[in-house]
Design a protein around this ligand. Structure first.
Ligand code: 1CP
Length: 355
């Protein structure tokens, strides 16, 4: 494998000195880019795009051609695991993901297989290998998975949800069954992430999009515990380098200390917490990634640049340990120009904090 030319993303995650704050965007390959929409039209539907290594590689590279980003993220989805477990993922046009066979009973959980990452999920590993080759050492590649709790919400609900009625109903009335499901999903996630690392992912991120809908007690029992278990099972070094692990619980600002105690290397922050406060609370235990409100990208470029400076100033002269990002994914309504204003502002204004 070729030498990494730009490693400031990995260095910041390991809290090593960098020349400026690294930056990437959650969902940086996506519908706000006209070239993404064009490639997706060629692929047909979203899953066909994920399953074609060349096209998945193409959309991964698209934002890197436009912007000075410090990391690439595998183009895939968190729902590949439940799909490989036999739930039958599909997308209705204009709507979110759906499962043909959602989890309804203990019998459904008993028969769930742990997918073979180089079997049913080999298309993901092929995408990782293709992207690594194409990146040719320019920037590191981030692999990812959903958290067990977040995957379970889709598996039990059968789609996205606002009320979490089915999944919380199961959690509260059949906690044993819920644990059986989470345990299987956690084992699947561990082997899936380790396979991504073996295939060439240089850092991995766990997206716990729905952990923040839980009570503090239930968050620990049904979400954090399983993320901890995954972290304990991950390969933490490959190709002679540390493979940093980032944990992101949306709306998890109140639990940062507990998240940092899992042994992860970094925490993803949404925009509902001030990054200076987050740094005070976790000390030097972990790096921090975030935390601009993605809705800021609907504002003018001047307002975006101002916000970037505010967040950099909040983080202050602590130097390293900060990866600039949005607090959640970029949306299709954002213009590519505004995304560029955001990224360029981090490049322009952050060096003075790293002298
Ligand atoms: O129409 C399209 O092109 C499909 C939209 C889309 C895209 C671009 C989906 C369906 N997934 C993705 C890619 C994706 N998903 C990435 C790609 C890499 C990148 O960042 O560029 C990543 C990291 C994800 C992760 C993901 N998928 C999460 C966790 C992060 C988050 O945003 O909270 C979740 C919850 C999903 C589920 C999902 N997949 C797709 C949609 C529309 C959704 C959300 C459904 C819902 O609202 O509940």
């Amino acid at each position: 494998m070729s030498e990494l030319k730009n490693d400031r993303y990995l260095r910041a995650l390991m809290q090593e000195p960098v020349d400026r704050t690294p930056v990437w965007m959650m969902r940086q390959a996506g519908r706000y880019l006209p070239e993404y929409r064009a490639t997706r039209a060629v692929a047909g539907d979203f899953m066909s795009l994920c399953k074609n290594a060349e096209l998945a590689c193409e959309v991964t590279m698209q934002p890197l051609r436009r912007y000075p980003l410090d990391a690439a993220i595998l183009f895939s989805d968190i729902l590949t695991i439940p799909d490989a477990m036999g739930l039958g993922l599909y997308f209705e046009t204009g709507e979110g993901p759906r499962f043909k066979n959602p989890i309804r009973s203990k019998a459904d959980i008993d028969k769930l297989p742990i997918p073979d990452p180089e079997g049913e999920l080999q298309y993901v590993m092929n995408a990782v290998r293709t992207i690594r080759k194409e990146l040719n050492g320019s920037v590191p590649l981030i692999g990812f998975s959903g958290s067990p709790w977040t995957l379970a919400t889709y598996m039990v609900e059968g789609s996205g949800t606002k009320t979490f009625s089915k999944v919380k109903g199961m959690m509260y009335s059949e906690p044993k069954m819920m644990h059986q499901l989470l345990d299987k999903v956690a084992d699947s996630v561990t082997s899936y992430l380790n396979a991504q690392i073996a295939a060439g992912a240089q850092s991995v991120m766990i997206f716990d999009t729905w952990g923040g809908v839980l009570t503090p007690r239930d968050y620990e029992e049904f979400s954090l515990n399983y993320m901890s278990k995954i972290i304990d099972g991950l390969t933490r070094e490959n190709e002679g380098r540390k493979v940093p692990v980032t944990l992101f619980t949306k709306n998890g600002g109140q639990w940062l200390e507990k998240m940092a105690a899992t042994g992860c290397d970094a925490l993803g922050l949404d925009w509902t917490i001030n990054i200076a406060e987050a740094r005070d609370r976790v000390g030097s235990k972990v790096a921090l990634q975030g935390n601009m409100d993605p809705s800021m990208l609907y504002a003018t470029p001047d307002r975006i640049r101002q916000e970037v400076q505010t967040i950099l100033a909040d983080y202050g002269d602590k130097g390293t340990g900060h990866v600039f990002n949005l607090g959640h994914g970029i949306t299709p309504e954002v213009t590519p120009e505004n995304a560029g204003a955001f990224i360029n502002a981090v490049v322009d204004y952050s060096p003075k904090y790293h002298k």
